[in-house]
Design a protein around this ligand. Structure first.
Ligand code: SF4
Length: 332
């Protein structure tokens, strides 16, 4: 069979390494189907547009696959191989994505899998041992890592001659020098995500998630909420989220939040959009009303009536925002 009839399935974050991995294989005349996995943060229109552009420049066909519920339910809170420096279970996450990709490959009768992993680029998840674990727990030698291929045992695709090993790379370590040479060679223009990297690696986000997982571990809806607003933990355990600006207020209004009540402000009072966890005690409910009023354009001496789950509650703001700050969750 000629190489032009072969198809590779790529793990595609849209970052530079995954783009180059696709391009190296596509340039050998192999069709590349790039799978981008949503593991909990959703795909905004801007992100989708950027992924499409990145895939086009990488000469790959983009498919977005939502595995958020499975990833959060089975991997995020109980990773066999632990976490990196934040809340990122990268070894388990990679193995999980490769298992999904392998099923996709088998279902479609495609030939092998690729990723942009680079030997030694990330100390926790891309050392030789971690790459071995990921392959062992997923698709074994069906996995080819084009950027480091010449430093690794030949994969099935190389052994069978589906790809030319000589045209693959021998990149290792954290320097991006060789990647940037390839960017220039291929004329790739857009390779930095405007949305930034994976939030599970972000220390502030990880702090919020760690804190929340001590109560009821967030599901996929709640993980999206962790990105938005001020987060406060009330003394009897309820979580309150308060928008900090118009953009966050809009995002909170749009968000799905089945574990939360949306609070209705009194008519005529300008204030933030806020969400209060449904499992809330009477004391936390009363304090939540005071806190929301504290972040609204309220007068300190006045009483206001808000609606929480269609039940009115009358309260006065706290004396100052610094009094409210004691309830803020770190990383918020
Ligand atoms: S950085 Fe995020 S997406 Fe990438 S492997 Fe780690 S947890 Fe998964």
């Amino acid at each position: 069979m000629s190489s032009s009839a072969r198809t590779a399935v790529a793990l595609f974050s849209g970052g530079l390494d995954s783009m180059l991995a696709c391009r190296l294989i596509a340039d050998q005349g192999i069709r590349v189907v790039a799978l981008h996995f949503d593991i909990g943060f959703g795909i905004s229109e801007a992100k989708r547009a950027w992924l499409e552009q990145a895939a086009t420049e990488a000469r790959a066909e983009l498919h977005i696959v939502d595995i958020a519920d499975q990833f959060i339910g089975e991997i995020l809170y109980n990773p066999k191989h632990g976490y990196g420096s934040a809340f990122n279970p990268c070894i388990d996450c990679h193995a999980n994505m490769f298992r999904h990709a392998e099923r996709y490959r088998q279902d479609h009768g495609y030939d092998f899998l690729i990723s942009g992993e680079v030997l030694g680029e990330r100390p926790f998840s891309q050392n030789r041992q971690a790459l071995g674990i990921v392959a062992k727990e997923s698709a074994q030698d069906r996995i080819l890592r084009p950027l480091s291929a010449k430093l690794l045992e030949p994969s099935l695709a190389e052994q069978k001659g589906w790809v030319k090993r000589d045209d693959l790379e021998a990149i290792s370590g954290r320097s991006r020098k060789r990647q940037l040479q390839l960017v220039a060679q291929y004329g790739i223009s857009a390779y930095e995500s405007p949305a930034g990297g994976c939030l599970y690696t972000d220390p502030g986000f990880a702090m919020r998630l760690k804190e929340a997982s001590r109560y009821t571990p967030p599901d996929s809806e709640e993980i999206k909420l962790l990105k938005i607003g001020r987060h406060l933990r009330l003394p009897e355990g309820a979580k309150l989220i308060i928008g900090r600006n118009a953009e966050e207020n809009h995002a909170l209004l749009e968000a799905s939040c089945s574990r939360y009540h949306r609070i209705e402000m009194p008519e005529g009072l300008i204030g933030p959009v806020s969400l209060l966890q449904k499992s809330v005690s009477g004391a936390d409910r009363a304090l939540a009303a005071q806190l929301i009023l504290t972040y609204a354009r309220s007068k300190p001496t006045e009483y206001y009536t808000l609606q929480i789950d269609q039940t009115p509650i009358t309260a006065q703001p706290l004396a100052s925002k610094s009094e409210a700050a004691q309830y803020l969750i770190l990383g918020a």
